[in-house]
Each structure stands twice: as structure tokens, then as C-alpha cells.
Design a protein around this ligand. Structure first.
Ligand SMILES: [Cu+2]
Length: 354
């Protein structure tokens, strides 16, 4: 564009002495060339979104200019494991609960296509990152076998819940149709060593907690707000035992933590850690040195902490009876001991006992 601009300036200067009409013509040509050139130069690139199944998080965004980000989502209904010996018919985005994590940048245009591969119900998607009616739900209503595309501009940075908003909305959310979209501020969030994606949800089954076999959804319990299961990432043990999150001493961890609900808020806490940084409700301003942070249903938070001492750290909803409904995860941290920070002294030679 720069070369075209220079040539046209030259052309305009050379011709100006010939007469007013030629000069005006040159200026018009210049204006037209600038318009075309500027359109070409400012057209944002189109990129495919990296979508990750929980607890994985998409890579940091390294571009510094907005893009059109293409997101492909698929509504499905499929049987899955709720707990050992317990199955449940989940409704999902992309086959997981929560659905995939989406990561875009402030100023990006998101082009989201929702395909409905389910056989029985209509679905849609309402993203709290959308500025516009219904958060996109009306624009993405799709019956079985259909698909629809929504374009929206991510105006405000933050961590946002998305969910299905097809009536009856609580049924679609209670069956697992939610997830998180991160809108990074321009320039990105501060770099950390590890990032995890965890979303709490409450589930309502015909049987009690732990009753074996395929458990049907209980609409009555949902309406009474009396869940049998309150879990992280859709099932009991999804981030514990063999599925534990892992880290090393000295690393800084960020957890993108959401609450899909449909009903219960979370008193999110990591046993043995203090959150160094919390972006409450995903807000841009952060607070520091927090023990437990409240996460509303349909809300999310970012917590960050450095691990100094090895061992097992337990993620809980500190409405603590909920650990018996499944709200428990772990981070196993390996590395050298740090006795100056944490050291068991009771029973050792020289120990002081009271
Ligand atoms: Cu749905």
C-alpha cells in the first residue's frame, strides 16, 4: 500500500500544474486507492480456535491484533460415567462436561457454528461473553441434524460461562450443557507455568448418590435444588485419583474455575494453599491473598497461586458436606521439601509438645 500511495502522490503532484480537473481526478484516485489499500491491510486474519477438553486449557494467545476466530461446537446426548458403577445420560457440547474451553482475545470476532448431533432435543448456546440479545441463544437454535452460525465481537475481557438456553433451560444445564470462554485482555494475561480448566455442576438423579446403574434425571430434585451429585468436571473423581492434576514445586498455577449450576454456588477452596491472585467473577481487577472465593452459578473466577511445598492439595467446594457428593479434586505436587515453610515437628527429637 505504501508504494501505491507514493506513486499516487507523485502522480497528483506532477499533474496538478496541468489543470484543476486533472488534480481533482488524481485526488479521487488517491482516495479510492487508499480505501482499497486500507481495507486490505486491516482485514483481520481468520484462525481456527483451539478447543480443549477439561481439564486442559488452550494455549496463550500470542497475536497482538484481533482475528476472526472460528469455533465449531456440537451438541450431543450420550451416556457417560457419573461415578464408579453409575452412568448418566449427559447432554454436552463436544462430548464433554464441561464443554470445551474457548480462548479468544478482546476485539476478536468469534464465528461460532453449533451443530446438533443429538437425536431427541433442540439445543442452542448462550455465551455470557456476547453483547446481544440472548447471548446468542436465539441465533443458534438448532433442532436435531441442524446447524447454525453466530458471529459476535468479544468486547470485554473476562472469563465467561456459556450454556445451552433451550427451554426448559434448567434441564439442559442440569444435564451438563455448559463451559467457559476466556476473553483475554489485549496483551494477554500474565504468563504462568500451568493452567487448568475446572467447572462445578450439580446433578439430580432418580436414585441416591452411589446407586448403581444408569440413573435417570430427576426434574423434581432439580426443582427442589436437592442434588445427589455436586462434582467438578462432570463426574466423581474426574480430577482425582488416576486423573489427578499434577504440578511441580516452584510452579505458578492458574485455575479457570466456573460454576455451571444449575442451582448451587461454590465456595471454591484449595486445601493447603492461599490464592495469591483472584479475579473474582472473572473481573479485570484482581484481589490478593484469598482463602476461599465465592463463585455464583453461571459465573467464573480465575485463581492463581505458587506452590512452595510438595504434597497433595485438595480442591473443594467448602460447603464441605459436598465432598460427599463428589466435589473433590486433587493437585499432586512433586519436588524438594521446604522445611522452612512446612515441617512436621511433633514426635521428633527436640520437638516441643504441649
Ligand atoms: Cu441444550
Amino acid at each position: 500500500m505504501q508504494k501505491t500511495f507514493s506513486k499516487l502522490v507523485l502522480y497528483t503532484r506532477e499533474r496538478r500544474h496541468v489543470g484543476g480537473h486533472t488534480g481533482i481526478l488524481g485526488l479521487l484516485l488517491l482516495t479510492a486507492a487508499l480505501a482499497v489499500g486500507c481495507t486490505t491491510a486491516s482485514a483481520p486474519p481468520t484462525v481456527q480456535a483451539e478447543l480443549t477438553a477439561p481439564p486442559a486449557v488452550p494455549a496463550r494467545i500470542t497475536r497482538d491484533k484481533p482475528a476472526t476466530v472460528v469455533v465449531k461446537m456440537e451438541a450431543t446426548e450420550k451416556k457417560g460415567r457419573m461415578a464408579d458403577g453409575v452412568e448418566y445420560e449427559y447432554w454436552t457440547f463436544n462430548g464433554t462436561v464441561p464443554g470445551p474451553m474457548i480462548r479468544v482475545m478482546q476485539g476478536d470476532t468469534v464465528q461460532l457454528t453449533l451443530k446438533n448431533s443429538a437425536t431427541a432435543h433442540a439445543h442452542n448456546i448462550d455465551l455470557h461473553a456476547v453483547t446481544g440479545p440472548g447471548g446468542g441463544a436465539a441465533a443458534t437454535n438448532v433442532g436435531p441434524g441442524q446447524e447454525a452460525t453466530l458471529r459476535f465481537k468479544a468486547l470485554s475481557p473476562g472469563l465467561y460461562v456459556y450454556h445451552c438456553a433451550t427451554p426448559p433451560v434448567p434441564d439442559h444445564i442440569a444435564n451438563g450443557m455448559y463451559g467457559l470462554i476466556l476473553v483475554e485482555p489485549k496483551g494477554g494475561l500474565p504468563k504462568v507455568d500451568r493452567e487448568f480448566y475446572v467447572v462445578q455442576g450439580d446433578f439430580y438423579t432418580q436414585g441416591k448418590f452411589g446407586d448403581k446403574g444408569l440413573q435417570a434425571y430427576s426434574r423434581e430434585k432439580m426443582q427442589m435444588e436437592a442434588p445427589d451429585y455436586i462434582v467438578f468436571n462432570g463426574s466423581v473423581g474426574s480430577i482425582a485419583g488416576d486423573n489427578t492434576l499434577k504440578a511441580k514445586v516452584g510452579e505458578t498455577i492458574r485455575i479457570y474455575f466456573g460454576d455451571g449450576g444449575p442451582n448451587k454456588v461454590s465456595s471454591f477452596h484449595v486445601i493447603g494453599e492461599i490464592f495469591d491472585v483472584v479475579n473474582q467473577e472473572g473481573a479485570s481487577e484482581s484481589v490478593h491473598n484469598v482463602q476461599t472465593t465465592l463463585v455464583p452459578a453461571g459465573g467464573a473466577t480465575m485463581v492463581q497461586f505458587k506452590i512452595e511445598v510438595p504434597g497433595t492439595y485438595i480442591l473443594v467446594d467448602h460447603s464441605i458436606s459436598r465432598i460427599e457428593k463428589g466435589a473433590l479434586g486433587t493437585i499432586v505436587v512433586e519436588g524438594p521439601d521446604a522445611p522452612d515453610i512446612y515441617h512436621k515437628v511433633n514426635g521428633e527429637l527436640g520437638a516441643t509438645t504441649h
